[in-house]
Design a protein around this ligand. Sequence first.
Ligand SMILES: [Zn+2]
Length: 443
Amino acid sequence: MSDMRDRVQAVLPGVRADLEHLVRIESVSADPARHDEVRRSAEAVAELFRAENFDQVDIVSIEGGLPAVIAHKAGPAGAPTVLLYAHHDVQPENDHADWDSPPFEPTERGDRLYARGAADDKAGIAAHLGALRVHGDDLPVSVTMFIEGEEEIGSETLTALLTEYQDRLKADVIVIADSGNWDIGVPALTTSLRGLVRLDVEVRTLTHAVHSGMWGGLVPDALMTLARVLATLHDDQGNVAVAGLHAGPAADVEYPEERLRAESGAAPGIEWIGCGSTVERLWTRPALSITGLDGPKVAGASNTLVPAARARISMRIAPGDTTANALDCLVRHLEASVPWGATLTTTLVDTGEATQIDATGPAYDAARAAFTEAWDGTEPVDMGVGGSIPFIAEFLEAFPEASVLVTGVEDPDTRAHGANEGLHLAEFERVVLAEALLLRNLG
Ligand SMILES: [Zn+2]
């Protein structure tokens, strides 16, 4: 073990230099003007793996998509194949004035290395590289690299890539290094993601607008009627009141109040809604929000009964639930809740399934042991994510036989996608060590 730690120490300066080189390339996939930079970044990634003696290193893309890198290096005969995923494109840096140092110039301040992509997800590539270098040419497993170039714009050609290169990407274990750890000093494996159902609901109470003085008191207006429908979606404590939705337990971890206040953006005095532990409410129970409303604007509103009003409902569904069940429950609830004979119509906007990764079996045992060792005895938390990372479901679907491990370099203060994105350097060292130990354990 101390030998492994020494080797991590020895490879870190080189890994850091390679990370900084990648970060200086402005591979912003959302900006067509910088797609040449995305291509340059794919070249730079490919070059890194050529230098590691990978035998097949290719830059691949599907018509209309951005370049990914696939590379392979064989381990001992009979050893499992491990696919290491990360992405080399980054989010736009947005207003440079919000950054304390230039977004594409890696800058060390305090515990962190700041730059766009210094964490998400060029540090994912660097972590893979570090783990590989710890083992050098004595890899305990066969390794396939898959470094995507369009994750930040929704991985549009990922399914096509996974199909086209299925034979080359086939693996026993898939390590997706694009999530994070629970806290500085506390590792995590991301094991569940909520799904999403978005539904538009329209309420109609009149065939046309009429004078509110002449008819108010007898005919209900649509906005007030819609408000009553929406008010039934939660109980008084703020729990989702739609019957039939799935909810499950989450890991037994505390989300400190101070961190919640700092990270959530809740206005002073706002009370948390719902029951159950904080992380259950964020990861493994349904949540329901109204994200848009259509009705007349307040400025210029006339003395008229509003005939129709619409709202968009955004429902996060728990791992273990299906969008079909959740949609059915929601529509039935709305139809049963509309008062006064109003007409209610619903239109589905879109859906995304929840993901529950089977976090058991030898690959998970290997990962938990590696993480616990790298973090000096602190076991990894089974972390949920409230939103969805759609590409994880694509991997699970494309390779149903493989064990999928979702790891990453991020911590609660990484600020991925924001200004002053930063990689915690001491934690990064543990991430590299953990992955090196994981490869050893899998071997
Ligand atoms: Zn990412």
